[in-house]
Design a protein around this ligand. Sequence first.
Ligand SMILES: Nc1nc2c(ncn2[C@@H]2O[C@H](COP(=O)(O)OP(=O)(O)OP(=O)(O)O)[C@@H](O)[C@H]2O)c(=O)[nH]1
Ligand SMILES: [Mg+2]
Length: 317
Amino acid sequence: MAEIEKKNNLTIQWFPGHMTKAQRMIKENLKLVDVVIELLDARIPVSSSNPMIGSLIENKPKVIVLNKADLAEEEHTKAWIACFRRQGIPVVAIDSMTGKGIKQLIAQVEKLAAAKINHLKAKGIKVRAVRAMILGIPNVGKSSLINRLQGSAVVKTADKPGVTRGKQWIKISKTLELLDTPGVLWPKFEDPEKGFHLAVSGAINDEVYDGELLMELFVDYLRTEYPDRLAARYKLTLPLPETGYEVLEAIARKRGCLRAGGKIDDEKVRRLLLTEFRSGKLGGFTLDKCKSAVEEKAEEKTEEAVSAECAMTEETK
Ligand SMILES: Nc1nc2c(ncn2[C@@H]2O[C@H](COP(=O)(O)OP(=O)(O)OP(=O)(O)O)[C@@H](O)[C@H]2O)c(=O)[nH]1
Ligand SMILES: [Mg+2]
């Protein structure tokens, strides 16, 4: 079966009732906030971008945060930052575990809220703290970022999607208050590649998709794109075996994921590989690659050429 067909067969979808409720809550609370902090997963900045957020937040000032930058490839994160900046979108890369990048984020939030706060000042209204709402897909690290900013575990976090269920305001300092929100996805992933990326990175409840098929695709991806990493981590010899399953078998043997009689424990080795990938043990990964400025320009030119050609065809009709 071709790879694209397999991805189509994954039919990943996860939009449980609590997400519809969360969306309503986000809309209702927007009027209370000055700035929206949209967390994207630095490993998948395209796939983790909820297409419904634009219409949900309308014209609220927004900063994009590429969280889990420690799990992504540094040069790709830099390219993504440049890409957002070219579009005039404020962006910061952070690691909510160590706090790297958080100072820049606070500065950015204050900058975006300055106009509103100054407006209140000018009207003689007592200056209040800046209020920001944190939005993002499940498991992207919204609650972890709040805990990091607060310096203690004020909100619950866990290595599984769907942990935060209600809203919660947290006073970070005299000048900043944050609203934690539940992770929200959207009803249908129009591109199966996005579903694939969201599932491997841990944004989707592992019980709602075919784990075996997902791992088949994922091992193939690693085998072709990152053979050196697999070889180094699991002490395999290069070139790697021809098929993904043989690669899994080799890993299982190295790691003792075996059943009685020496048969490999498929489930155990798949789980091991996924867990090690998600926790960064295989190194940083950026699954969504960003187009360089040169590629973007070339594409714009092609689009211009196509429109010019269409216009000419119209004229000669
Ligand atoms: N390596 C790394 N792990 C992170 C980072 N931020 C969060 N995590 C981990 O990601 C997992 C999810 O974090 P949460 O803060 O619970 O995510 P959330 O966005 O609040 O998730 P929901 O409440 O389910 O929507 C936890 O295991 C965190 O430890 C980061 O910057 N780097
Ligand atoms: Mg949470």
